[in-house]
Design a protein around this ligand. Structure first.
Ligand SMILES: Nc1ncnc2c1ncn2[C@@H]1O[C@H](COP(=O)(O)OP(=O)(O)OP(=O)(O)O)[C@@H](O)[C@H]1O
Length: 360
């Protein structure tokens, strides 16, 4: 009888590899193909040296199967997806495997509500709003988590001032960090600050799934709300999120400029089509008050987001000032909402408004 994929899998499930476990139990096996006795598969998801050490062991085990004519094992070059283990930390949690089959959207354990913060256009302040809102909600007494899903440009480790590598007591569960009273997880915490994520869609989808379900979000107690800082646009991350879990709400951030508003409308359209309720719009960089003379200016225009919200029959959640302290505080790792001043007050009002609406 011809060698089958199941037979190969069975032997791989039983073959202990260097570093412990099996290639299957450690989710290192990709693209297994078996045809006319020719076996091919890819090994990835651990440091390259460790994968190379596994190669002869697995080759030997598969070749010993009756009907196995040849075995080709591919170990991709370069570091494992730029993430996960290093030579020093080979057993650290690795992020970015292929997504696992999942039967429909599922709730994240230990999380009462999930709210995603999105924008159409980049650079409008979505990450700034996410970190400040998370801190403001925590100051208002809510138990808050913040997931940085801006996988290609994670900025929350810097904005929240949390840069330690998350730990994983069992090599599977990833423990979030705690910063300014908020449970935090970001792909950026698994990377060196200047390291780029170069992933195709499936890796990104796998990473999102891991960040939702492999992170122990209730490490510091059950969460009232998990805020998700989305990347700009309407792509893979947004889609995956809506497929893997149920969003209780979404908030769209825009500046008052027409170009930003145009893209914000696309984000709203996407959320509506994905059945993710839009809680409302926020106008960021709405006004600028001169620190010297107190004059109020509107460098990006004013009121555009509120008018758009009315046109789209959506709540307008609030206007946030353009404030140098917000930028400096974000760069320094302590969101302005953690302190005092006009920005902190604006975020406190935003948090209270969301609580009053029953959104959180
Ligand atoms: N209200 C504000 N006042 C002053 N600076 C701000 C304000 N909002 C955002 N910024 C600054 O603007 C820059 C871009 O903000 P941020 O990274 O939050 O935008 P983003 O929409 O998340 O960007 P990206 O598209 O890259 O994810 C940052 O330097 C941030 O500190």
């Amino acid at each position: 009888m011809a060698l089958s994929k199941e037979q190969v899998l069975e032997v791989l499930r039983k073959t202990e590899v260097p570093g412990g476990g099996t290639a299957v139990s450690r989710d290192l096996l990709r693209a297994l193909a078996v045809q006319d006795g020719v076996v091919r598969f890819v090994l990835e998801g651990a440091p390259q040296a460790e994968l190379e050490a596994m190669r002869p062991v697995l080759e030997g085990a598969v070749k010993a199967l009756p009907g196995a004519a040849s075995v080709t094992i591919v170990v991709p070059s370069g570091p494992p997806r730029g993430l996960g283990g290093t030579a020093q930390q080979p057993r650290g949690p690795a992020i970015g495997g292929h997504p696992k089959p999942q039967s429909g959207p599922q709730r994240v354990p230990g999380v009462a509500k999930i709210i995603a913060v999105g924008s159409g256009k980049g650079g409008v302040g979505k990450s700034t709003v996410s970190s400040n809102l998370a801190v403001a909600l925590a100051r208002a007494g809510k138990r808050v988590g913040l997931l940085d899903a801006d996988i290609y440009g994670p900025s929350q480790p810097r904005m929240m001032g949390a840069t330690q590598r998350p730990s994983s007591p069992d090599g599977q569960t990833i423990l979030p960090l705690k910063a300014h009273g908020v449970a935090l997880m970001s792909v950026g915490l698994m990377l060196k600050e200047d390291e780029a994520v170069i992933w195709r869609g499936p890796m990104l989808m796998g990473a999102m799934q891991q960040m939702l379900f492999q992170v122990k979000w209730d490490e510091f107690g059950p969460l009232d709300v998990l805020l998700i800082d989305l990347p700009p646009g309407t792509g893979d991350v947004q889609l995956t999120l809506c497929q893997k879990t149920k969003l209780d709400g979404t908030i769209v951030v825009s500046t008052p400029q027409d170009v930003a508003l145009l893209d914000a409308k696309k984000a709203i359209d996407m959320f509506r089509r994905l059945d993710a309720p839009v809680l409302g719009l926020i106008e960021n960089m709405s006004s600028y008050i001169c620190a010297n003379c107190g004059h109020e200016a509107h460098p990006f225009g004013h009121g555009g987001v509120e008018a758009e919200a009315a046109r789209l029959d959506l709540p307008f959640l609030g206007a946030l000032p353009l404030d140098l302290d917000v930028r400096l505080a974000g760069d320094a790792g302590t969101p302005a909402a953690a302190g005092e001043g006009i920005a902190a007050d604006a975020y406190a009002a935003l948090a209270e408004g969301l609580i009053a609406r029953g959104a959180v």
